[in-house]
Design a binder for this molecule. Structure first.
Ligand code: IVH
Length: 679
């Protein structure tokens, strides 16, 4: 056991090192949860030995000292942090602390956007200075950088006060973060671990031209100081006022009247956080009444009138026990990490994807490393990076296999592609994956035919490809491990029932590279039968609306191979329905189109608008690109989306224009590009 003083000194040095990595270099070495654990250990030590407490301890500070790269800016009012709650009990405890001082408070729930805090000063309506939080007292001058952010007005709208200082969060939309990392990967640049780091790294550039090339955005959430503006009584009034000045205020703000309601809202956003194109790490609960706030005051670090309800972290650290590769149904080789099980965002993770050879080489994770694992929403967990400070000396680099670990044939990487393939169509791993996929829910939906049964059938030589499934008899299945009379009967009945699946399912079930369920649906409707698709030329396929050249080439190539035509023949002989096309319920006027919806529409809640687009054959992605047909903007539209649509010349429709588009498939004539004043 070390001396407590030495222990505290060591923890402080360690925390200082990680503060520098996070705040100065935007490249944290460890997961936030691990960092929090270090601070908690130090705090416990200080509580047990009060003589060790000092004012410069990280337990007493906010953020970290500003970097010397930027001129220092003294904040007129300190930029504080927020206290956290991790459970309903902790929220209630906060409420009780408030209750002693005030009663009947009404609260505002705001999203806790995960980015970088900034303070922006406007004098007579003109932006004059922007600074990061720094240590809360002194921040970094990032004025030139903040000026490049499209959603930050250079001049305030309307009757601006003589002086206004607003606080807010600069963030990077998730879609922009993913695009940036793709570009970084292509150019061999450094990858950012998450949108927060990329927002911070992009904002804190010496060269503001680099910031300008990154898609950053802003939400303002607090008034810092004001001279000459209207008298404001509540925080909601304040936010409304900031919005009238043209400042971007997050639309997802709700007024609530009890902590139960607060908790409900926190739970709702936990479920829906990934519907947003920006990351949130919790909900901020604030007392609305400004007089009550003044009465409550603040501790040295945080106001008493607000609390952050924090979500479980989506990143954790664990040990990487091994790296293995999976051979998929099309032969694609995907490396994955076998992890020491760890709870991330509420579920236990023991496997995580490593994507492909290039990603692996770039991350350079090795068996035996401590790694940061990330699991966001429904997305497959991934290994973000190794914690280099924890790497045992001499840990050998992991090399991507040259030969397929299942069939021993050489692996191939196609020119210009990042994926590696096992080209041996007879590879047992591929055969198994093909049978499994054929039987899966979105394909032929054969209940009871999963991975285990597929392995049994292949190992016994009962099937070689999906066409053989329909020849199976009760006698074939009777001796199989785990198959009693009832399960034999059930499996045969399930196989039999699958003869009548729609053509789109059948096409998807065949394992044609690049052909997903949506593409299969388009082909089914355009050609009407499997034989017509098989007979179609590549040009005919490519001429179909909604089928690009990649899918057309892949489908034509697939059916040009004898072995695939043989599977088709077996299916025909087995009486599988080749022509069941489900008529679209609505005219497919949006086939091949991509429509992005932002803000609130009156007649269409967000999900209904997206459903309406998809039901007409269109796509409804979350972000605007050069391929977007139109941006539909309701009330409180996403400013970044509007700005991007304007930059790319994508038409912007109001609700009436949207209805016209749904009915006719036509973008209304003269649909405006966003007027500059609305940006
Ligand atoms: S209010 C004194 N509101 O969370 C209160 N903060 O952990 C100032 N944040 O430094 C903060 N969204 O960077 C507030 N709606 C929101 C926020 C928010 C994100 C960040 C902010 C702050 C940190 C505290």
């Amino acid at each position: 056991m070390e001396e407590p003083a030495a222990d505290a000194a060591r923890l402080r040095a360690e925390i200082a090192h990680h503060d520098r990595r996070y705040h100065q270099l935007d490249d944290p070495e460890i997961a936030d949860a691990e960092y929090d654990a270090l601070v908690r250990r130090l705090r416990a030590l200080e509580q047990a030995h009060p003589e060790l407490t000092s004012t410069d301890s990280p337990t007493q500070r906010v953020g970290s000292a500003p970097s010397a790269l930027f001129a220092p800016v003294e904040h007129t009012v300190p930029m504080m942090s927020l206290d956290n709650a991790f459970s309903f009990e902790e929220l209630q405890a906060w409420g009780e602390r408030l209750g002693r001082r005030v009663s009947g408070a009404s609260f505002l729930c705001e999203l806790k956007v995960d980015g970088v805090a900034v303070a922006i000063v406007y004098e007579k309506g003109r932006l004059v200075r922007a600074a990061t939080r720094g240590d809360g007292t002194t921040g970094e001058d990032v004025t030139a950088n903040v000026r490049t952010i499209a959603t930050v007005p250079e001049r305030l709208a309307g009757d601006a006060p003589a002086l206004l200082e607003v606080r807010g969060e600069v963030y990077m939309p998730v879609s922009a973060f993913e695009a940036l990392n793709r570009r970084q990967a292509e150019s061999g640049g450094r990858l950012f671990a998450n949108p927060r780091n990329s927002a911070s790294g992009s904002l804190r550039q010496k060269d503001a031209a680099i910031t300008a090339s990154r898609e950053l955005s802003l939400f303002v959430y607090q008034l810092g100081a004001m001279e000459g503006g209207p008298a404001l009584r509540t925080h909601s009034e304040t936010l409304d006022y900031l919005a009238t000045l043209g400042l971007p205020v997050n639309p997802e703000i709700r007024s609530v009247h009890s902590l139960e309601e607060v908790y409900e809202r926190c739970g709702w956003w936990l479920e829906h956080r990934h519907d947003l194109d920006y990351e949130i790490d919790g909900v901020v609960v604030k007392v609305d009444d400004l007089a009550v706030r003044a009465e409550l005051g603040a501790t040295s670090k945080a106001p008493r009138w607000a609390i952050a309800y924090k979500y479980p972290p989506e990143e954790q650290q664990t040990t990487l026990n091994n790296i293995e590769v999976n051979i998929g149904r099309t032969g694609r080789v995907t490396p994955f990490a076998v992890l020491e099980p760890v709870v991330v965002a509420g579920s236990t993770v023991s496997l995580a994807t490593l994507h492909n050879e290039d990603q692996l080489a770039m991350k350079d994770v090795r068996p035996g490393d401590t790694v940061i694992v990330r699991k966001a929403g429904d997305v497959i967990p991934e290994v973000v990076k190794p914690v280099l400070s924890e790497r045992p000396p001499g840990l050998p680099t992991w090399h991507f296999p040259r030969d397929c670990p299942r069939c021993g044939q050489p692996l191939q990487r196609l020119e210009g592609e990042s994926d590696t393939f096992c080209m041996n169509v007879d590879c047992p791993a591929q055969r198994r994956a093909r049978i499994e996929h054929f039987a899966s829910r979105g394909a032929m939906d054969i209940e009871g035919l999963g991975e285990r049964t597929a392995i049994l059938l292949l190992d016994r030589g009962l099937v070689a490809d999906p066409g053989d499934l329909y020849r199976l008899t009760a006698a074939d299945l009777a001796g199989l491990d785990g198959f009693a009379e009832v399960s034999v009967r059930n499996l045969l009945a399930a196989i039999d029932a699958s003869r009548n699946r729609p053509l789109a399912n059948l096409l998807f079930a065949l394992n044609i590279r690049h052909l997903g369920p949506a593409g299969a649906q388009v082909l089914a409707r355009a050609f009407g039968s499997l034989d017509a698709v098989v007979a179609a030329t590549e040009e005919e396929l490519a001429a179909t609306v909604g089928v690009g050249p990649v899918i057309a080439g892949s489908v034509a190539g697939f059916f040009s191979l004898d072995r695939n035509r043989e599977v088709v023949d077996k299916l025909r002989a087995a009486g599988v329905d080749f022509g069941r096309v489900e008529a679209p319920t609505l005219p497919q006027v949006l086939a091949g189109r991509s429509i992005v919806v932002t803000g609130t529409l009156e007649a269409y809640p967000r999900e209904a608008a997206e459903e309406a687009i998809k039901a007409r054959g269109g796509k409804a992605p979350g972000s605007v690109s050069s391929r977007t047909t139109a941006l539909v903007a309701g009330a409180d539209p996403g400013q970044a989306k509007l700005a991007k649509a304007l930059d790319l010349g994508v038409p912007v429709l109001d609700e009436a224009g949207f209805v016209h588009l749904l009915e006719t498939g036509e973008v209304p004539a003269g649909a405006p590009a966003t007027p500059a004043a609305d940006r």
